[in-house]
Write a protein that binds this ligand. Sequence first.
Ligand code: C2E
Ligand code: CA
Ligand code: CA
Length: 393
Amino acid sequence: MLNNLNRQVFGIGETIFKEGDEGDCAYLIEDGVVEIFVTINGQEQRVNQIGKSELFGEVALIDQQPRTATARATQKVVLITIQRKTVAELLEKTDPIVRHLLLVILERYRNKRGTAKPQSIEQEQKRAELTAQHNAVRGEATQKLTMSNDIGRALTQDEFDLYYQPICEIATGQIAGYEALIRWRHPTQGLVSPLDFLWLAEQTGQIREIGLWTLERAARDWPTLRKSTHAKQPFVSVNMSPSQLTGERFVEEVKSVLALYNMPVTELKLELTETVIINKPEVALQLLTHLKEMGCSLAIDDFGTGHSSLDTLNRYPIGTMKVDRAFTSTMLTSTQSEKIVSSSIDLAHSLGMDVVAEGIETEEVRVRLLELKCNFGQGWLFGKPAELKNIAR
Ligand code: C2E
Ligand code: CA
Ligand code: CA
């Protein structure tokens, strides 16, 4: 939001700014009329007359060049000033693609208008700094555009794959179910981790299509994968991203995928993080309740890393708590981590939930978790995520 907007009043004929002035703000006309002049062949010529609600001097918001025109009040005007500094702070928080677009538009505008040459060493330096900043933004934007274009191709060219990692009973090591984890077989970069592209897919909205792909692939693979467990109620756990929380549309998508592959709804588990709930608490409650009523089970992922609250566990129909690897992996060396793990397990059990400890890499950790009465575990000790063909018998 633009805060600290100031008002300025100019009388008839008064100059608001003139060509060559340092421009540090733009103006919005709240009341009155302003005329704009430029110097052509040494002669000042009026090029525009603008009134209420119109903006002028806007190039200064991004450009750190001298003014290329003169603005004068033709009657009393009331102007709202928008400081460059404020806009720069806002732009900094903006997506690099949007920033890049703005900078390109500005560059074209400047070239078309023919900008006054920098007049001093200081201005030369400023200009060089600005160019360097533009290039950095351009680089970032190009990288994002290229990657999002690549993700689009990956979806159509079948470059994604789903790996499965076993979730086992801590006491016996028996496989209870699997978690589906996406991988990208990039044609030039090899196997790409989800952590390297899901953040961008989340920003571009491509995550919705990826989410649907994952769900479909998991349902399609399930009959084969299911055969490798002896569990009474085996399940496959699919990660859900915040953008998939689109209300009833998501419920319908789940229903139709399950119907297409004839998969029992009780064998599908959806993993969500608290961000999913925090962003849209009411939609989440409605949607998750609906999914639960259908027979789907729900797990809260990465427990302990977000703003975990008792309220979340209490209000939402979540059957499984997954304790984050950050705590499991350090529980033998940090008393604090061990306390977090043990109290999370107690909390989950007191609410009638199952607990999965993530990231179990050693037998020592498994034994300690068993002592703490954790019922399920996932980690390299039991098995790394693997391709279906390497799991299925
Ligand atoms: P997550 O849901 O917490 O998944 C567990 C991650 O921990 C996986 O990383 C898994 O390979 C890794 N892991 C499991 N056991 C161990 C262990 O013993 N030691 C260590 N060091 N790591 C272990 P991965 O596959 O790279 O996935 C990273 C994250 O990407 C996932 O974290 C999940 O948030 C997200 N993700 C993966 N697949 C999907 C997907 O299909 N959809 C969505 N929305 N997110 C996904
Ligand atoms: Ca997960
Ligand atoms: Ca997790």
